[in-house]
Design a protein around this ligand. Sequence first.
Ligand SMILES: [Zn+2]
Ligand SMILES: [Zn+2]
Length: 275
Amino acid sequence: MKALVLNALGHGFDVEDVDIAAARGREALVNVQASGLCHTDLLFATHDIAPTPSVLGHEVAGIVAAVGPDVTHARVGDHVVGSLAQSCGACARCLSGRPFQCQHPESTLRRPDEPPRLSRNGRGVFQGFGLGGFAERALIHENQLAVVPKEMPFAQAALLGCGVVTGAGSVLNTANVRAGDSVVIFGAGGVGLNAVSGARIAGASRIIAIDIQQQRLDAARRFGATDVIDSTKSKPVEAVRDLLRSWWLMKDWPCLAWAAASIWSACRNPTSTSV
Ligand SMILES: [Zn+2]
Ligand SMILES: [Zn+2]
């Protein structure tokens, strides 16, 4: 199959023929239909983080073409999205609903003593994040796949694999934003916009997005930001303070006592979270 291979750091990707193994165990062979280019791929392509040669690409959507004998979550013909979160499904964190903190993420990869999933001229090629979406096909453990509705467009579905889970996950799982909270999001790119979505889902009452590009700020409003700040025109910290101060002043007088108590409580027991 054809794949974009990273042969050397800083030299971009080369279109080359790469061999892909047959599905075994809990692996599914996916015919790739769309693959997003994340900044992390570019980081890996220019910094010494992962081995070369490698096939990167961790926002991948496609159609299941074959499954290993132990696969239970997906069937041939299913439309799937790959996830960069590797989880074993059996450790304490996976079983307590935190697969993104799995203690054995390597369990979705082949062991070193097994033949590699990807190879070229008989030598192994590193598969980025256990996905390798910059290729015509990808061989992926079923724990890194989610079946999606067939009416979902592949290009948009692919973004679920990294940008969406990273942005929304940071708000919902790490910052634990709750209904009524105020949230400030620095950067309204692919991840930041999904952080805005996560804050909206969590029920945050104020969602302030900060960026240096107007078109991104416009997108942030469409995603649910209540306020936007262009940090090329104003100092963001002062602007956030001004926004939240004016919000408090708009409150009814009876609420001021509650607000004062809340502020006093917040000062004594800071609960704001930065992610
Ligand atoms: Zn990414
Ligand atoms: Zn686990």
